[in-house]
Every structure is written in structure tokens, then in C-alpha cells.
Design a protein around this ligand. Structure first.
Ligand SMILES: [Zn+2]
Length: 203
């Protein structure tokens, strides 16, 4: 990847009065790039698990501080439009279990989107709560379904033993979904390792 940015400065660099983490933002989620090519425009986009915000190199720190939360809010709002609500996710889990694992009668109490960069989902069987990585917002249905189904099986099978695997293998697009998730992770590693962006502050 070619990074068309000169990174000359980063948010919170130096003067110590900027919060290192913004509310609702997980560590490493926001990367601010200062671009000499940019005159006025600001862009923000999701890349893998991160939000990349590109601003003009000359922008003042005060402007930067006010503009970044706006851009984050914008991205979040777009994603909220694209991502299924918790109710839809709960319905989907019920459908998946009815279809592929009718012997599992447990149902999740709640499903929440969560900023998780190391995992695709998690299931806490004690209180039957499922969390899904927000990296799956906007993912193709088969990939999201696969992760939902995986976590839902954990309501009954707590580990990844042979019984768990046998149930998971009933998901018809397991191979395709695995390939999607692996490709996503490979792209994250390839394009956005933090070491590639010296000077870009990772919040
Ligand atoms: Zn698992």
C-alpha cells in the first residue's frame, strides 16, 4: 500500500492536554494522519478495525480537536445505518439455531456490538450474553451469520471440542466465512500494522 501522507504531527502530541482516549473509543481505534497534500478537506473512513482520519497538515490543534469527534460521530452514524440492530441479531440467532442446531434450546439474553479487534465474538454462557465485534458491521451476511452461529453454539458447548466442531460444521458456508474472516485479518495486518505509521498517534 502506498500511503499518500506525510505524517508530521499527531493528535495529542506533546502538549499533554489532550485526552489520550476519547469516550466510547477503544484503544488503537483512531489513527490521525496529517497530509501535506490536503488543503482543506478532511476525510474519515474505516479501515479494518480502525477509523482513519486524514486532515490537512496545517490544521491547528484546536481545529483538530473539534473536528475529530465530529468525524468519528459521522462514521458511527453511517455504520449504525448499515448494521443490524440487537433485535435483528437476536432473531437471526434463533433462526440459525432452529435451522442448524435445533437440539440447542438455550437462547441469548442479549447480543451487543462491541469494539473488539482481537476477537470476532464472545459468549458468556453464565448470563447468556453474546458480543460481536463491530468489525463485522457491513460484513456479508454469511460471515456475520457464521460468527453468530459460532457464539450461539457456545451457549451449550463451552469449548471448541469435537462436539462443538460437529455442530459448527453444519453451517453451510463455513469455508467461505472462514476465508472472509482470515482475509479481513490478513488485510488488517498487511495494511495497518501500527509500526507502518510512525508518528501517527494511535488513540
Ligand atoms: Zn468460540
Amino acid at each position: 500500500m502506498t500511503l499518500n501522507h506525510s505524517i508530521t504531527h499527531s493528535l495529542g502530541d506533546g502538549d499533554g492536554d489532550v485526552e489520550s482516549t476519547l469516550p466510547g473509543i477503544s484503544e488503537g481505534e483512531i489513527v490521525v494522519l496529517r497530509s501535506k497534500r490536503r488543503k482543506k478537506s478532511i476525510s474519515a473512513y474505516r479501515q479494518g478495525g480502525r477509523i482513519i482520519i486524514s486532515i490537512p497538515a496545517r490544521m491547528s490543534k484546536a481545529d483538530e480537536r473539534s473536528v475529530i469527534p465530529e468525524m468519528i460521530a459521522k462514521i458511527r452514524a453511517q455504520e449504525a445505518d448499515e448494521s443490524p440492530s440487537e433485535t435483528i441479531l437476536l432473531d437471526r440467532v434463533t433462526q440459525l439455531l432452529d435451522l442448524y442446531a435445533p437440539e440447542i434450546t438455550q437462547r441469548p439474553q442479549s447480543i451487543n456490538w462491541r469494539a473488539m479487534r482481537e476477537r470476532w465474538g464472545s459468549c458468556t454462557s453464565v448470563d447468556a450474553t453474546i458480543r460481536i465485534s463491530d468489525r463485522l458491521k457491513g460484513a456479508p451476511a454469511y460471515a456475520l451469520d457464521y460468527v453468530l452461529f459460532h457464539e450461539a453454539i457456545h451457549l451449550h458447548h463451552f469449548d471448541h471440542g469435537p462436539e462443538f466442531k460437529a455442530v459448527l460444521a453444519r453451517f453451510p458456508e463455513e469455508g467461505r466465512a472462514e476465508a472472509y474472516l482470515e482475509g479481513f485479518e490478513a488485510a488488517e495486518r498487511r495494511y495497518m500494522p501500527p509500526t507502518v505509521l510512525p508518528g501517527a498517534q494511535v488513540l
